[in-house]
Design a protein around this ligand. Structure first.
Ligand code: SF4
Length: 371
């Protein structure tokens, strides 16, 4: 696989490769406490303080694999900022919502979010392998319920079964790929038994934080449930290692369309060159850069959020420099549950009934005369 040849393999010298590449080993050895992080990074006094004070707001956890992607010499390392808590999380900031997307308002039963007529989110687990400090679903994620109760599961299935407008089911959480193979296959079988469901998507950050989860054995079982889309969540080019790239190649080779949804995050990726590098690398691995989300005003995320003006400026800088295939769509979820809207840079310089005038990304101007 020549596309992988310059990428770094992550296994540390003191760990057996057979352990490191085993997803059960990765989940069993998740890091929670400051001492767990010592092999991977040196916590500052400020970060140690944040460990004590932010646990109540949101659980702290990462796989060893994801922690190994941190450059321990760089205090501003982007992955470090995603997984290590900061005391800034404790400030209420300009906007701080426990459920910024208003999901609870759109839940016909506890594990289903039905915001749009033709699709639902099915929150199959509240557990993730890594807790991202900017998470939008802190009201639900990381509460250690691990798996849905049989009663809630049946309620959710009944709702999907009885609501014939539902054409797509998006398995989410938490991260559905933290479930074991047998449980995952049972859920997919139950959903595929519902005739009106056409598409299943799995929303997962596991290709980024635990790529060894996607074993060839599992992929051969999952391919029986096509059309099955994988919606993943890379935020920074540093997250693309040899192992994650290999997993993306395997997913596409097994026929899964893979789409990436990133979040614009201050101090992590709010730079057009970083977004461009990420998008190009993903596209070369046959992953479509799909959305670039405005960070939602979830509790403790003010320090991560960019202004809409800045986000539009980033999108404008990308315009023309990347093909449409590589371009992610800048999008914002209206706080409170109004749904997704697209944010598009404005290239219009004049507008009248007769004509609209535009200045393109490279400064060339032109008029469009209305018929
Ligand atoms: S993987 Fe997704 S659901 Fe889990 S903490 Fe990160 S952003 Fe939240």
């Amino acid at each position: 696989m020549s596309r992988l040849k310059n990428l770094i393999k992550t296994c540390p010298e003191n760990i057996l490769a057979s352990d490191w590449m085993n997803w059960h080993w990765q989940l069993r050895h998740r890091l929670h406490q400051p001492d767990d992080f010592k092999p991977y990074l040196d916590l500052t006094a400020e970060e140690l303080g944040a460990f004590k004070n932010t646990q109540k707001l949101f659980k702290i956890q990462t796989t060893p694999y994801y922690a190994s992607l941190v450059n321990r010499k760089d205090p501003k390392d982007p992955i470090r900022k995603i997984l290590v808590p900061h005391t800034k999380e404790l400030s209420s900031g300009a906007q701080s919502m426990s459920d910024p997307l208003g999901e609870r308002r759109h839940s016909p039963c506890r594990r289903v979010v039905h915001r749009y007529p033709d699709r639902v989110l099915f929150l199959i687990t509240d557990t993730c392998s890594v807790y991202c400090r900017y998470c939008l679903r802190k009201y639900f994620t990381g509460n250690d319920e691990a798996f849905i109760s049989p009663k809630e599961y049946q309620e959710a299935l009944n709702y999907i079964n009885q609501t014939t407008s539902i054409k797509e089911v998006i398995l989410s959480g938490g991260d559905p790929m933290t479930l074991g193979d047998a449980r995952l296959i049972q859920i997919l079988t139950d959903i595929r038994n519902i005739d009106h469901v056409e598409i299943i998507r799995i929303a997962t950050r596991m290709p980024v934080v635990c790529p060894m989860r996607f074993t060839p054995e599992l992929l051969n079982k999952l391919r029986l449930f096509h059309p099955l889309f994988i919606m993943t969540h890379f935020n920074h080019p540093q997250e693309i290692s040899f192992e994650s790239a290999q997993t993306l190649e395997l997913l596409v080779d097994h026929g899964f369309p893979v789409f990436n949804q990133m979040v614009l995050l201050r101090g992590i990726n709010n730079d057009a060159l970083v977004v461009q590098e990420l998008s190009r690398k993903l596209l070369a691995l046959r992953v479509k850069p799909y959305y670039m989300f405005q960070c939602d005003p979830s509790e403790g995320t003010d320090h991560f959020r960019t202004s809409i003006t800045e986000s539009l400026q980033i999108q404008k800088e990308l315009w023309g420099k990347m093909s449409g295939l590589a371009m992610p769509n800048l999008s914002l979820d209206i706080p409170g549950g109004g749904g997704k809207i697209g944010l598009v840079p404005d290239f219009c310089t004049h507008k009248s009934k007769e004509k609209w005038s535009f200045k393109g990304w490279d400064g060339i101007e032109g008029d469009y005369i209305n018929p």
